[in-house]
Design a protein around this ligand. Structure first.
Ligand code: S3P
Length: 446
């Protein structure tokens, strides 16, 4: 594994071929550590993502009194302290670039009667926290945050937490999970109602550790109900490869001529697989073999071959199932024939960067005709490779950095990003993996 140097350029690749495995799922890795931390006993986790975001969560849990270690075999061991066993840290919890780490941990500590201070990097300190603060106040926690409910903030956990019924104002798996994690330490039933189903990793893993979680659907949305104060029992698990990371080599193989790539053991949870559905609609030659269940999650071996893509319309309802994949989908759309219209992208404005702006400005700089109309992104594909040749500001956003490096692999001129360091938050070894299958990504000539 090589560290990503800060500035990177990608030039034309002739073909991408080989069989690879991408790192473990980020969402599941955060949750596996957190639930292992509040289960009773020793949980062993195989396939944990060793990216900076997840390592930050491990470090924060250690500060909360949990013993977490990596074994020589690459498996991680968490010695859980039980649902009410987290301690008061004597330091500030710094979650770096990770919204998932920060928001889920705020939920986990909200029903423990101590004070914790949270902070993060420049990107995370800009992101809205009101969406988790509001429901956690109902449970009894108190918050002192910066103007605009931003980090750094202090959480005073509830001494007598109350169960709640919370209807999510936005479809967010992070908010849902924060409320459920807080509900672990509240008596009675804590319910979250989602306007549209979001990734259900928390529900699956809570059950894996022995919690009772019921899910029902009605006209008002999806109701997820957790029975509080369970005795969670340590339970080993294997984290599948991250579909959001697989998305980058997959799209690269679709747009670079003469490519054929296999990626083993990728998570294909239907609530994460919106990108793959969309690429199939665009005419992508994508295969899914050996479908199986690993660690309670559906998994498959993927193949991707060079494809003539065509533009499609992606409905707003699909956004929660592929929310992190729009930057790389927009790159695929830039190589397609015809117009791709992506609706319902308001949430992209509050990710690691304002992704709607970052995608539109980056694609325009690469010679692509692109427009943002409200929450809709429109990319005009000319059916031939875009010019490329631009220097893109990655804005402390790993997915913007990787997306434009992928674009450069098949554009008419190399593409450059100003800072690739954040790629390590989610995809350590990205550059080495891509170069191993035939890409040409390297620090630009100075
Ligand atoms: C995540 C949920 C999504 C996603 C993020 C990971 C999770 O965020 O963008 O990368 O693990 O729950 P939102 O809940 O804000 O949509």
């Amino acid at each position: 594994m090589i560290a990503n140097p800060s500035s990177l350029a990608s030039g034309t690749a002739r073909a991408l071929t080989g069989k690879v495995r991408v790192p473990g799922d980020k969402s599941l890795s955060h949750r596996a550590l957190m639930l292992g931390a509040v289960a009773v006993g020793r949980t062993r986790i195989a396939g944990l993502l060793e990216g900076e975001d997840v390592l930050g969560t491990a470090e924060a849990l250690r500060a909360l009194g949990v013993d977490i270690a990596r074994g020589d075999d690459g498996r991680w061991t968490v010695h859980g302290v039980g649902v009410s066993g987290l301690a008061e840290p004597d330091t500030v919890l710094d979650l770096g670039n990770s919204g998932t780490g920060a928001r889920l941990l705020m939920g986990l500590v909200a029903a423990h009667p101590f004070t914790r201070h949270f902070t993060g990097d420049v990107s995370l300190r800009r992101r809205p926290m009101a969406r988790v603060i509001e429901p956690l106040i109902r449970i009894g926690a108190q918050f002192i945050a910066r103007e605009g409910s931003r980090l750094p903030l202090a959480v005073v956990g509830a001494r007598d937490p109350l169960p709640t019924v919370y209807r999510l104002p936005v479809a967010s798996a992070q908010v849902k999970s924060a409320v459920l994690l807080a509900g672990l330490n509240a008596p009675g039933e804590t319910s979250v109602i989602e306007p549209a189903p979001t990734r259900d990793h928390s529900e699956r893993l809570l059950r894996h550790f022995g919690a009772r979680v019921e899910v029902t659907d009605d006209a008002g949305g999806r109701h997820i109900t957790l029975t509080g104060q369970p005795e969670l029992i340590a339970a080993d698990l294997t984290v599948p490869s991250d579909p959001s990371s697989a998305a980058f080599p997959v799209v690269a193989a679709l747009i670079v001529p003469n490519s054929e790539l296999s990626i083993a053991g990728v998570g294909v949870n239907p609530l994460r697989a919106g990108l793959f559905d969309t690429l199939l609609e665009m005419g992508a030659d994508l295969g899914f073999a050996n479908r199986r269940v690993e660690g309670g999650e559906p998994v498959a071996d993927l193949t991707a071959r060079t494809s003539a893509l065509k533009g499609v319309t992606v409905p707003a309802e699909r956004a929660p199932r592929m929310i992190d994949e729009y930057p790389i989908l927009a790159v695929a759309a830039a190589f397609a024939s015809g117009r791709t219209v992506m609706h319902g992208l308001g949430e992209l404005r509050v990710k690691e960067s304002d992704r709607l702006a970052a995608i539109a400005e980056g694609l325009a700089a690469c010679g692509v005709t692109v427009a943002v109309e409200g929450d809709t992104l429109i990319v005009e594909g000319s059916g031939r490779p875009p010019a490329g040749g631009a220097a893109i500001a990655a804005r402390l956003d790993h997915r913007i950095a990787m997306s434009f490096l992928v674009l450069g692999l098949a554009a008419r001129a190399p593409t450059r990003i100003d800072d690739g360091a954040t790629i390590d938050t989610s995809f350590p070894g990205f550059v080495a993996l891509m170069n191993g299958i035939g890409a040409a990504i390297a620090p630009p000539p100075s």
